[in-house]
Design a protein around this ligand. Structure first.
Ligand code: PHE
Length: 339
């Protein structure tokens, strides 16, 4: 009998349970009415008187070992199931991945930053525009090709409602609602009905700028944009202005910067010319000022507009515009370190 009890004690001590069911089976095996412990007590009656004390103590220590085992395993299993239910392990190290800003947002913020340092504020307007704000107020002749279905996504005809094709529409709203001096930039999404390729997309982003005051001249325009080019692409950057045409500016120009990749020596980005085009600009046409209730005899102004995609592609040497819209994490992750 002594051997039997010692074997039970060893069994109890090494017992482990994976579930409350297993633990219950263990309790029934030893402690239920017909379990092993009551059986031992029944056998105890036959034990010789001189052995009774030692044998009694042994059975009691078996019983205690069983009870202690049950209490400790029960606690352990209940703790486990608590953390399973909440699905949380608070002891795990924090390793959640950080997001990063989209390259177009990084560059848009940088452009805003550069112009706000010289007193420009930020204005915004609707992406769905009427014909007046997108075209008519900007001096587009009624038969101008930009109004054509091929360029513009119309939403309604008569009266014409369309997705704005540039953020110049926001500048019309600023002029209508405010008085000079006006110094504002309008960042935003614009839409043109173009085939998607490495160099064009039907959705892209612009920042357009407007400065209206007394005595604003073309040299103010040149110096403002020269300052911008140096801040954006580095102190060594040179600029040049080529004559151009926009219905809402007169005279109009396009601005090139010395190629920021080869420094002007010639490479495949600048097509071996040493120059890359970054924006359109000009002096605001007096017709536009008058349409927007600004006295063109008293005030003059300049305007400019650039594509954020183009600036970003030059800055980060990205050669396919479609990458900006695909949201491929392998592409986006490369901008984690940028602000
Ligand atoms: N709105 C013109 C465009 O979308 C850009 C521009 C703005 C040109 C202001 C001149 C002056 O292409």
């Amino acid at each position: 009998m002594k051997n039997k009890i010692e074997k039970f004690i060893a069994e109890v001590q090494s017992f482990e349970a994976n579930s409350l069911e297993q633990l219950e089976a263990f309790r029934i095996k030893f402690l239920s009415k017909k379990g092993l412990v009551p059986l031992l007590f029944a056998d105890f009656k036959q034990v010789a008187a001189e052995d009774r004390k030692a044998m009694g103590q042994l059975i009691n220590s078996l019983k205690n070992a069983i009870q202690e085992k049950i209490v400790s395993l029960k606690q352990q299993l209940e703790n486990q199931s608590d953390s399973e239910v909440s699905g949380m392990d608070l002891s795990l190290p924090a390793n959640s991945a950080m997001g990063s800003r989209h390259p177009l947002s990084i560059v848009r913020n940088e452009i805003i930053d550069i112009f706000s340092r010289i007193g420009f504020n930020v204005s915004e307007g609707p992406e769905i525009e009427d014909d007046f704000h997108n075209f008519t107020a900007l001096n587009f002749p009624p038969d101008h090709p930009a109004r054509d279905m091929q360029d513009t996504f119309f939403i309604e005809k008569d009266p014409d409602i369309a997705l704005r094709t540039h953020t110049s529409s926001v500048q019309v709203r600023v002029m209508e609602n405010g008085e000079p001096p006006i110094r504002t930039i309008s960042p935003g999404r614009v839409f043109r009905n173009e085939a998607i390729s490495a160099r064009a997309h039907c959705i892209f982003h612009q920042v357009e700028g407007l400065y209206i005051d007394t005595d604003v001249s073309f040299s103010d325009l040149k110096h403002t944009l020269f300052y911008f080019a140096k801040e954006m692409f580095g102190e060594e950057t040179k600029t040049r202005f080529r004559p151009s045409y926009f219905p809402f500016t007169e005279p109009s120009a396009e601005m090139d910067i010395s190629c920021n990749i080869c420094g002007g020596k010639g490479c495949n980005i600048c097509k071996y010319t040493g120059w890359v085009e970054i924006l359109g600009c000009g002096m605001v046409d007096p017709n536009v000022l008058d349409t927007c209730n600004i006295d063109s005899k008293k005030y003059t102004g300049f305007a400019f507009g650039m594509g954020i995609e183009r600036i970003t592609m030059l800055k980060y040497q990205i050669n396919d515009l479609r990458l900006f819209f695909e949201n491929d994490l392998r592409f986006l992750k490369q901008f984690e370190a940028a602000e």
